[in-house]
Design a protein around this ligand. Structure first.
Ligand SMILES: C[S@@+](CC[C@H](N)C(=O)[O-])C[C@H]1O[C@@H](n2cnc3c(N)ncnc32)[C@H](O)[C@@H]1O
Length: 269
């Protein structure tokens, strides 16, 4: 366990509010890999601040024999090993805190992960107080484990990775950074790409010091201190980017027109 608590234990309460801390449980054959990422950067800060708790369980602890076996050859033959149903099913049943917990299997055959699904799973975590993620390996898990304990299947894209740990970490990071209070102003998610603030489109371009770098100047409007103009420029810029890069996400042409040409081609002579 990351937090040192027992699997399946009731969520701990924060001293100030007595509200239960939501817990994300990750079941994997590579617990060290998962723990390392969950202890780092924003996911790590979220746990240290008491906004979430992680429980990482080694599926091998539920092996079917004293040799630690968790996989076997496929019935019907064929190359590759299959994760056996008993270790996966028994691990999920042991660690989940409630029978109706959402149990997500990471699989390239699942629904594609998105902003919409992030918010749905965030709401689920807040409502039930827990979320369980199962990381597949080898050719995947025995179909009966999926039938018995999995309630949702999530893919992070149309490609195949060696294991479900990176997909599970993608899902956890996306959810945890949206928990209230996790992000500070400097890493605010409010107007990131795909948010309602961006009408589901892409974020605008951002600049910091120096004002000119290798002949490329920061657009003048951003140095003007005129907040309304800056906000208008950012909205137009984000809309233009969305039209150029992801036309399928673009809202109808805005009333104010496109980004002024001088701000699109601003290389200093
Ligand atoms: C080598 S893959 C198995 C692929 C499976 N035989 C298939 O073709 O659908 C091993 C594990 O990696 C994870 N995985 C691989 N690609 C993934 C993706 N795009 N999204 C989510 N999980 C993925 C899953 O947990 C999967 O069980």
């Amino acid at each position: 366990m990351c937090s040192g608590t027992e699997p399946g234990a009731e969520p701990a309460a924060t001293p100030e509010t007595a509200a239960p801390v939501p817990v994300i449980r990750v079941l994997t054959l590579f617990p060290d890999m998962v723990r390392a990422v969950l202890a780092t950067s924003i996911p790590g800060r979220a746990e240290r601040q008491g906004q979430v708790r992680y429980e990482v369980t080694d599926i091998r602890d539920f092996a079917v024999d004293k040799h630690g076996s968790v996989d076997d050859t496929a019935y019907g033959g064929g190359a590759g090993m299959i994760m056996m149903a008993p270790p996966v099913v028994e691990a999920v049943e042991k660690v989940r805190g409630r029978d109706d917990a959402t149990v997500i299997l990471t699989t390239p055959q699942g629904e594609t992960f998105s902003e919409e699904l992030t918010l749905e799973l965030l709401a689920d975590l807040q409502a039930k107080g827990e979320l369980v993620l199962v990381c597949g390996r080898y050719k995947g898990i025995d179909e009966r484990a999926r039938e018995l304990v999995v309630t949702r299947e999530v893919s992070i894209g149309d490609y195949v990775l060696s294991g479900g740990e990176l997909p599970a970490l993608v899902v956890v990071d996306a959810i945890v950074r949206r928990l209230p209070g996790v992000l500070h102003d400097e890493d605010s998610a409010a107007n990131d790409s795909f948010t309602a603030d961006r009408d589901g489109g892409l974020d605008c371009a951002w600049y910091t010091k120096p004002p000119v770098y290798r002949g490329l100047a920061v657009p003048e409007v951003l140095m003007s201190g005129h907040h309304a103009n800056i906000e208008k420029w950012r909205r137009l810029q984000a809309a233009e980017r969305t039209r150029q890069r992801r036309p399928e996400l673009a809202p109808p042409e805005p009333q104010g027109g496109r980004v002024p040409r001088q701000d699109r081609n601003r290389r200093q002579q």
